[in-house]
Design a protein around this ligand. Structure first.
Ligand code: DGP
Length: 116
């Protein structure tokens, strides 16, 4: 069954799309964790990093190039930003369609929540 992201990519579900080409789609997260929170998604349905193959190398690299371009477009490139890819249960992955979170617009704090 297709994920919600596949339906967004196909134009069948609404989203605030900020970039799209033949390989990737980027749209604003429905539940933003920072002033800028964009999801960069391959148009091809790859569930998670666990399913990535060498055939995906070009699209995965392209996702980083798009992340850089969007950081510039959103004017967060000078102060800095964070890219996150969650994989599986322990990382809290909710949507099993691989995506990069682009987060910025404020100081983001430590990378991981402290446990003590
Ligand atoms: P992750 O935990 O890495 O799988 O993150 C999934 C993100 O996707 C989460 O931050 C919320 C976002 N999200 C879930 N459903 C939708 C949706 O329908 N539209 C948009 N724009 N974002 C969504």
């Amino acid at each position: 069954m297709s994920s919600i992201f596949a339906r967004i990519i196909a134009g069948e579900a609404p989203a605030d799309i900020v970039y799209q080409d033949d390989r990737v789609t980027a749209f604003r997260d429905i539940n933003p964790q920072a002033p800028v929170h964009i999801l960069i998604v391959p148009n091809k349905e790859i569930p998670s990093v666990n399913e990535v193959t060498e055939a995906d190398e070009a699209v995965l690299g392209h996702m980083l190039v798009v992340a850089k371009q969007l950081a510039q477009q959103e004017d967060i490139h000078k102060n800095g930003y964070r890219l996150i890819v969650n994989c599986g249960d322990h990382a809290g992955q909710e949507v099993y369609h691989l995506h990069i979170h682009l987060l910025g617009g404020r100081a983001l704090g430590p990378m991981l929540q402290r446990r003590d």
